[in-house]
Structure formats: C-alpha cells, structure tokens
Design a binder for this molecule. Structure first.
Ligand code: YH5
Length: 285
C-alpha cells in the first residue's frame, strides 16, 4: 500500500505529526533554525526533525507525517520551492535512518514526486489530490494516498459552512475522489480516507461526523482521522492547545472503536497506550 512497504492495518496505527513549518500551531516552529548567514527565510533543522521522529517511532508511531505547508486559516502561503526545501531533506533523513513509513502532507505535484524519490510511502493531501497535476503525480508513484474531505480552502473554509447532511456529503465526496483515483490508475489497496475534522465544518458538524464515523466504513477503505488538539476538542474542554491531550485521547478512542485504522496525533506515546487498551479489550481469550 505504501510505496515499497506494506502497512499492516490489522490493528490500529498511530501517525505522528512532524511539522516543519516556522508557524506551526502546536509546536511554534521549534524545529526551525535561523539560516545564520543573514539570508531571509527559514531552514529546517534536519537533525532536530530526525530526533523528534526517532522519539515518535520509539513511542509507537507506524507513520511519520511530515508537513511543510500550514493549513491553518491565515497561515502564510508557501511556494513550491520553499515546501520542497523544508520537507525533502527531512523525508530523506527519516527514510534512511528509521524503520517507519514516511508520509508527506502536501497538495503539490512536485512535492509528491520528489517525496516519493526521497523515500516517502504515503501522500497525505488535505485537498484529496484535487490540485492540477496532483492526481497524475501520485499515480506515477507507488505511494499510498490519504484522501481528506475539506469544504473550500483553508483561508475561507470556516466561514459559516452549511451542510444538508454532513455525513452523506463527506461520504459522497470521498467516493467521488476514490473513483477519480481509480481512473487515474491508483488502485484501492493504495487508498485511505479521512472525513477531515475541522476542515470547513462547525463544531456540531464535527461531532456528528465523530458520532457517525462507523458509517464511512461502508466505502470499504481504511479510515484515517485527525482530531489531536483541534478546536473541536478545545471548545468542549475549554482549554488552550497545550491542555487538550485528555480530550484528544477520548476522541481517538471513540474513532478507533468505530473502525478508524489510523489516528494522526501530536502525542504518540499517550495515544499508543490508549489504543493498546482498546486492543486488549478486543483480544479474544
Ligand atoms: C487531518 O485531520 N489535519 S493539519 C488545529 C489545531 C490542532 C491541529 C487548533 N492535516 C489533518 O492538525 N491531515 C491536518 O488546533 C491533516 N487529516 C489529515 N489527513 C490541522 C491540524 C490541527 C489544526
């Protein structure tokens, strides 16, 4: 499913988030170092990123999701070259040194192609390969793809989203994208699906989707969910980003209990423990 490698989804897996943006919401760009030569801009400390990935693998991550473009509303847009400069060295380092599947969080055809050559096994695209050339780029690789539902674009998506029935709309969208992928030559064994929590949805939409998540299993493909530290958790527990772990774990457990195969999280060790408790409960004796 994922490039040269097979991802075993017989038990749920943890995807660890590795942001390599200078303005990332959750880690404040702690991986960034000033270029130090007086040149403008930002360069990623590959070494720091690799060390952080190493800890996530030791903590139980099966996938490391490397992202160089912030999808936070209002975030600065990133040129393709900037995105390449940020993510490719990090992907190369992780693929070379760690026994883990590397995922690239991107919508850009060039980044998809270069990431595959650098050793990434999965494309995680919040735009579900809708950008010009992205579908064709992914098809020429052997990578897995995660197709996520998003209404609109990050800058505008939270402006009063309205759905007739959110689950039906998300399901129909994902099914259409799966059909497009298959037509482009991406076989179903390479595809996983994501309802896109927080992307063009109100709080009520997000909780409807979480409650009804099991219905997306009808499509017959593995489900990935990203709930970690999001506003839908923060709004309910009434805490800032740093205080959202317990709420995020509850949401991850609810998703996995409804059949989610992959959970995308910041807190790998804690989430791995939570999933182990689910697995122990489901083990027949
Ligand atoms: C996702 O759900 N999300 S980036 C705001 C936060 C905390 C976290 C307000 N990429 C997803 O993680 N890829 C992102 O606090 C994703 N699924 C997939 N497949 C947003 C994010 C976040 C935003």
């Amino acid at each position: 499913m994922c490039g040269g490698r097979q991802l075993d989804l017989s038990t749920p897996r943890v995807m660890g988030i590795l942001n390599v943006t200078p303005d990332s919401f959750s880690d404040g760009g702690v991986l960034g170092v000033a270029p130090g030569d007086g040149s403008p801009g930002f360069s990623v400390s590959v070494d720091k990123a690799l060390r952080r990935a190493e800890v996530m693998v030791a903590d139980g991550a099966a996938i490391i999701d490397v992202g160089g473009e912030s999808t936070r509303p209002g975030a600065a847009s990133v040129s393709e070259q900037q995105e390449l400069d940020r993510v490719i060295p990090v992907i190369e380092a992780i693929a070379r040194h760690l026994d883990v599947i590397v995922s690239v969080d991107t919508s850009s055809p060039a980044v998809i192609r270069e990431s595959a050559m650098a050793g990434a096994g999965l494309v995680n695209d919040v735009r579900a390969l809708r950008r010009d050339g992205a579908l064709a780029a992914a098809a020429t690789t052997a990578m897995g793809v995660c197709l996520m539902h998003m209404r609109g674009e990050p800058d505008t998506m939270q402006k009063a989203p309205v759905y007739d029935e959110v689950l039906t709309e998300v399901r129909d969208f994902l099914q259409r994208r799966v059909a497009e992928c298959e037509q482009a030559g991406i076989v179903r064994a390479r595809i996983c699906l994501d309802p896109g929590f927080g992307f063009g949805k109100t709080l009520a939409h997000n909780y409807t989707l979480l409650r009804e998540l099991s219905q997306l299993r009808d499509i017959g493909l593995p489900l990935l969910v990203g709930l970690s530290r999001k506003s839908m958790i923060g709004n309910v527990v009434e805490r800032q980003v740093a205080g959202r772990l317990a709420g995020s774990l509850a949401a991850a457990v609810l998703a996995v209990m409804q059949g989610a195969s992959i959970v995308r999280v910041h807190d790998v060790a804690a989430t791995t423990d939570a999933l182990k408790v689910i697995q122990a409960t489901q083990q027949l004796s």
